[in-house]
Design a protein around this ligand. Sequence first.
Ligand SMILES: Cc1ncc(COP(=O)(O)O)c(C=O)c1O
Length: 355
Amino acid sequence: MRERGGRFLSDNTAAACPEIMAALVAANAGTALSYGADDWTRRLDAAFAGFFAHDVRVFPVVTGTAANALGLASIAAPEGAIYAWEGAHIIRVEEGAPEFFSGGARLVPIPGKEAKLTRDDLAAALRAQPPRGASALSLSNVTELGTVYRLAEIAALGEHAHRAGLRVQLDGARLGNAAVFLDCHPADLTWRAGVDVLAFGATKNGALAAEAVVFFDPALAEGFERRRTRGGHLLSKLRYVSAQLLAYLDPGVWRRNARRANALAAQIGASADWALCYPVEANQVFLKLDAAQKQRLRAEGFEFNDWEDSGPDHTRFVVSWDQPDAEVAGLCEALRALPGARPENKESHANAAAD
Ligand SMILES: Cc1ncc(COP(=O)(O)O)c(C=O)c1O
C-alpha cells in the first residue's frame, strides 16, 4: 500500500482479481490436454455463446494487440484496407501488427471528434480511399480517449460499413467498462450493432493475462487456428488462459470490476470538471493541466501520463478495478486544491450521462 499519492498510469498496473486467481489455482491440478484440447478451452464457445446470446467461435490469446491483429487479418485481405479513428490503438501503438498479420492491408486513419467516428466520417474516408479487396472498419469501445460509442452510433457505422462491403471489428480492450456505462447487454454492443469480430479484453479489468478473438459469424473463423499458431499465440498450456476467461464471464467479476473503476473515475472527473478534456464515461479521465499543476500533483505522489497526442497539456488518469478508495479520495482532494482550479469555469463535459 502506498503511503501517499496514487498510481493512475494504466489499468494494466492492476493486480488480477481474486476470482481469476482462484480459477487459476483450480485449473492448476493434474495434467490437462495441451494446445486447447483441455476441458476449459472446450467450454469456451458455449460459455461465450451464453454471454453474448449468439453462436460464436472463441480463440484465447494473451494480448490485446494479438486479438486485434489476428482478428483483423481474418477479415482484411493483403490488398484490402482497415479504416479506423486516427488515434486508434491499432494505428498508433501496435507497430503495424494488423498490416503484418493481414499480409499488407492498409491502415486508413480517419479523423473524428473525441475518438469517435460518425457515419459521415467513414463515408468520406471510403470516398477518398475506396476499399480494394476484403476490408474492415475497426472501432474501439471504450475509445482511446475514454469516451463510449452509443449503441445507435455503432449500429449506424456498422450498417454503413456493411453496405460498403466492409466487415466490422471491435477493439473491446475495455468492453466491460463500456457495457457498464451504457447499462446494456454485451450483445447490444457487438453483434446486434453489426460487429463481426471482437477483440475481447479481460486483462485490464481483472484478469491476469486473458484476451480472446470472438467471431460472431463462424464462417469467418475458418483458418483462424493456423493463423493464431503462426502468430505465436497458441499457448501449449492454454487451460490457464481459458480458465481466466471462464471466471471473468461472471457478472460478479467483470461487471463488478468495471462498475467500480467507472464510478471512481467519475468522482475524479467531478473533482476537476474545470479541466476535463472529454466527458468521463468509463475509467479514464483526461485533464488539461498546466506545468505547475502537474508538478504539484507529481510532488504529492500521484502518477499519471502526459497525453500530448490528444492536445497541449493533456494528461491521462486511468482508474483500475482495484484502485484503493483512499488514492481516489486523495486525488480528488488534490485536484480541488490545485492553484488555478476554476470551479466557476465548468465545461460541459461534467456529469456525462449515458443515452
Ligand atoms: C484500446 C486498446 N486496445 C488494445 C490494447 C491492447 O493491449 P495489449 O496488447 O497491451 O494487451 C490496449 C492496451 O492498452 C488498448 O488500450
